[in-house]
Ligand binder design. Structure first.
Ligand code: T46
Length: 139
């Protein structure tokens, strides 16, 4: 198994009366500095997003509301991870194909990324991805 999957507990201040607060800090809780935050919402249930890899971008994904199934592929192995609570994060490094299935209405995916948006960092075609894997791009 060569999949770079890291499940991460997000630090939380639990208060049963007033509600909870979860937080993470760049470079402290994450193994990389954060340059960009984006979030995905209003996705119809069962809709699939993603279906691409990044060449070098590192990201942490979490689902503060709802349920999202993440499928990760490294060209040899496939793994699925269910993000179903606000204080569970999933770190994905470059070189991993990802598919996101929004299971419940109003699910929200928040992503903290190691770099600014750059379309040149995307591999959006599966055959191109497999070529990168075969050529040992990430070794
Ligand atoms: C990823 C998964 C988890 C921007 O202009 N700026 C941005 O920061 C982002 C993230 C996207 N865009 C544009 C690019 C496309 O024209 O927004 C449009 C939709 O992006 P995309 O089809 O890549 O969305 P997803 O949900 O398939 O993928 C996104 C991220 O792009 C990707 O990095 O890992 O979420």
């Amino acid at each position: 198994m060569n999949l770079e999957i890291r499940l991460k507990e997000i630090r939380s201040i639990i208060n049963s009366e007033k509600g909870s607060l979860a937080f993470f800090e760049s470079n402290v809780d994450m193994p990389f500095a954060i340059k960009r935050i984006y979030y995905i919402y209003n996705v119809p249930p069962e809709e699939i997003r993603g279906s691409h890899a990044h060449k070098s971008l590192n990201q942490i994904l979490f689902c503060p509301h709802g349920e999202i199934m993440i499928t990760l592929k490294d060209g040899n192995t496939t793994e699925t991870v269910l993000l179903d609570r606000p204080n569970l994060g999933l770190i994905i490094y470059g070189g991993i194909w990802r598919e996101l299935k929004f299971l419940k209405a109003d699910s929200v995916l928040v992503v903290a990324a190691s770099d600014y948006y750059d379309e040149n960092d995307y591999i959006r075609n599966w055959d191109d991805f497999m070529n990168h894997v075969t050529l040992g791009y990430w070794k």
